[in-house]
Design a protein around this ligand. Structure first.
Ligand code: GRG
Length: 294
């Protein structure tokens, strides 16, 4: 398997899906649609939609196209980034190598663009899977749960609360990252499995893989925040230490954090290998993510 070429093909499918499925920038109100496209088309690794498409591809094709679900999860993820960057949250100026949405537009437009991407994600799944109501139901439930008050938004809430404390515990940190980061990665894999008609047991495998991949991803994110520069990351580096934030690096140090990330990556790989065909692309993606530099 030629991993870089396959990855490129998946990313192209996602980019084309975004271009085709999002309302045009000229749709009224043009400023809102331009802001949605600005953030969504700024690049980004497209990790979650690629995971979704690749998970679906582990199963025999059943005629349904998972692309609307892949674009939907990227819309929801992008909304969370836009809102996270707002002055009332992380107050950041740089995202995906460009000025953040509220810098390029204004705060109110950025807030609304985030809201619109969030609701659009659900509309896209409802529309894209209208011919498969049971699948649409499963996908919407997964997206709603992962993006909801107990997971993504709950993780963000606890993250904000933890910032006010001198030191968060390892348990609190794990709660934050299992929800703020791992929930959407897990949902991407599970939604892909649902599109591919995975069994309950295969869905559990995808969930376990997503949990481990999500934790590995976050630990690597903490390591990169402490070791890489803003130009490489396309977002402000060194923010965690500057804010005195509790991270894996602060709690455990760089070397122990690297070991933990490698352990979670290996656990994700061993879950992927339980899937039909041993999921070589997902295995390679997990390994590559474990060595990522941005
Ligand atoms: C505002 C509800 C709400 C949630 C915000 C996404 C988020 C939660 C916060 C951003 C800060 C952060 C470190 C989140 C953890 C998840 C994470 C590392 C997101 C960035 O994902 P990447 O690296 O970004 O996949 P790209 O730009 O490549 O898509």
């Amino acid at each position: 398997m030629d991993f870089p070429s396959e990855l490129k093909i998946y990313i192209s499918r996602v980019e084309a899906g975004i271009e085709r499925l999002l309302p045009p920038a000229s749709a009224r109100p043009a400023r809102l649609h331009a802001a949605m496209r600005y953030s969504l088309q700024a690049g980004g690794k497209r990790l979650r939609p690629v995971l979704l498409l690749a998970a679906a591809d582990c199963f025999p094709p059943d005629g349904g196209d998972p692309l609307p679900a892949a674009v939907a999860i990227e819309c929801l993820h992008t909304y969370s980034l836009i809102h996270d960057d707002l002055p009332c949250m992380d107050n950041d100026d740089l995202r995906r190598g460009r000025p953040t949405a509220h810098k390029a537009f204004d705060e109110a437009t950025a807030l609304l663009a985030g809201d619109a991407l969030l609701t659009f994600a659900f509309a896209l799944v409802a529309e894209g899977f209208a011919g498969h109501p049971a699948l649409a139901h499963g996908l919407l439930r997964e997206l709603g749960d992962a993006g909801g008050s107990k997971r993504l938004i709950g993780g963000q809430m606890e993250d904000l609360l933890a910032e006010k404390k001198a030191d968060a515990t390892a348990d609190e940190l794990e709660f934050i990252h299992l929800n703020k980061t791992a929930a959407m990665i897990e949902a991407a894999l599970v939604m892909g499995g649902l599109c591919g008609g995975a069994s309950k047991q295969q869905i559990s495998v995808l969930r376990a893989a997503g949990r481990n991949l999500g934790l590995a991803f976050q630990i690597n994110d903490d390591i990169l925040d402490a070791t890489a520069d803003s130009a490489t990351l396309g977002k402000t580096a060194g923010k965690d230490a500057a804010a005195g934030k509790t991270t894996y690096v602060k709690l455990h140090g760089i070397e122990a954090s690297r070991v933990m990330a490698a352990k979670h990556t290996a656990a994700a790989v061993s879950e992927f290998q339980k899937l039909p065909g041993r999921a070589p692309f997902l295995v390679a993606l997990a390994d590559t993510m474990g060595r990522r530099s941005k």
